[in-house]
Ligand binder design. Structure first.
Ligand code: PLP
Length: 376
């Protein structure tokens, strides 16, 4: 359909850097630089610098990044890790995979993010860490979260899978907690051409422990000695070169997302309520999520699809009600549960044009008016 408005437009993203990506692929084949090597080293240095972090370790994907951080911190059976109920399941999966217990807490209704007030009542003697998820591209209020966690000796791990380039009071996502996990899943703000991920941290010992664990627990000084039980979770050389090419464009692409978000905020009809961008945060709008407060979501969705407008839901089933976690659960997590039936992710990518944003808003306005008409 020619008037389709795409939810995500990777074709345009890749067309903008296509020549360089093609060259990188040829170079990977010609040099056999598949695992490790120059491009991985350079990407790690460049991404650490981009995040204002001292260290970056390329890994296989964002879930592994989180799991490796938890494992290297010695978190496992008998430990509790606080996780927002409104997140992608990988945040909780990583916790459960190291043998620890995810303790789900609610999020702030205006931002959909975890806060100190959500965390404080859930702290116990067994709490070892909090997963601070920079959801939808906006960092959590890190000062608030750290103020609750630091005195309790609880580590703050940033889940920055959706936060490449976001800042809190001028500090980059990936530089504020004990460590951060990033995903380079293709649809992320910084996406590879396949799976990929990274950990950033300012802690040299932790960086070393993670690098070893991601490479079969190999001693960093000896190819044949393995100091700890590790695994294989490495970033490919080709993915690293693609990420280097795309990292150079990331700020420009994030700016494109911010411009689209600003226009949405100006044009959205009243019953579609976007999450607040906090004064001290600079979101990179991985997603643009609104709550439909009057018209049922399936009605809105049908209306959008009829006009060729793609949309999504992040996430329709709160994490604590997913099958693997249900048994452990806690009574009710009201904000996450209520909002999970209202939220809709509208088209959001760096190349969305003002005309497209305006058309999405005009279609939403027509849906709102039709619904009001049908109720009267
Ligand atoms: C918030 C969040 N955490 C973790 C992940 C996991 O990343 P990956 O898919 O690269 O394993 C994702 C990716 O979808 C995510 O959105």
């Amino acid at each position: 359909m020619s008037n389709t408005i795409k939810f995500l437009d990777l074709n345009t993203t890749h067309a903008q850097v296509r020549g360089a990506l093609d060259d990188a692929w040829v170079q990977a084949i010609e040099t056999s630089g598949f695992i490790g090597g120059k491009n991985v080293d350079l990407f790690e240095a460049e991404f650490a610098a981009y995040c204002d972090a001292d260290h970056c370790i390329g890994v296989g994907n964002g879930t592994d990044a989180l799991e490796l951080i938890l494992d290297a911190l010695g978190i496992g059976a008998g430990d509790e890790v606080i996780v927002p109920a409104n997140t992608f399941i990988a945040t909780a999966e990583a916790v459960a995979r190291v043998g620890a217990t995810p303790v789900f807490v609610d999020v702030d209704p205006t931002t959909a993010l975890i806060t100190g007030a959500n965390i404080a009542p859930a702290l116990t003697a067994a709490t070892k860490a909090v997963m601070a998820v920079h959801l939808y591209g906006q960092t959590v209020n890190m000062d608030d979260v750290l103020a609750v966690c630091d005195p309790a000796g609880v580590k703050v791990i940033e889940d920055s899978a959706q936060g490449h380039g976001a800042t809190w009071r001028g500090r980059r996502a990936g530089s504020m907690g004990i460590a951060a996990g990033f995903s380079f899943y293709p649809g992320k703000n910084l996406g590879a051409l396949g799976d990929g991920g990274a950990v950033t941290t300012n802690d040299a010992d932790l960086a070393e422990a993670i690098r070893s664990r991601a490479n079969h627990g190999r001693s960093l000084n000896s190819k044949y000695e393995h100091d700890v039980l590790g695994r294989n979770s490495r970033l490919d050389g080709f993915q690293a070169s693609a990420l280097r090419i795309k990292l150079a464009e990331l700020d420009r692409w994030n700016e494109g997302r911010r411009n689209a978000a600003e226009l949405y905020r100006k044009n959205l009809p009243a019953s579609f309520v976007p999450y607040v961008e906090m004064e001290d945060a600079r979101s990179v709008y991985h997603l643009f999520v609104v709550r439909t407060t009057v018209v049922p979501r399936d009605v809105v969705g049908e209306g959008l699809v009829a006009e060729g407008i793609q949309w999504g839901i992040h996430y329709p089933i709160p994490c604590h009600t997913q099958t693997p976690f249900r048994a452990d659960v806690v009574p009710s997590i009201p904000v996450s549960e209520e909002q999970s039936v209202q939220i809709m992710s509208l088209p959001m990518h760096p190349h969305l044009t003002p005309a497209e944003v305006e058309r999405v808003c005009a279609v939403l306005a027509a849906i709102e008016a039709d619904h009001a008409g049908s109720q009267s």
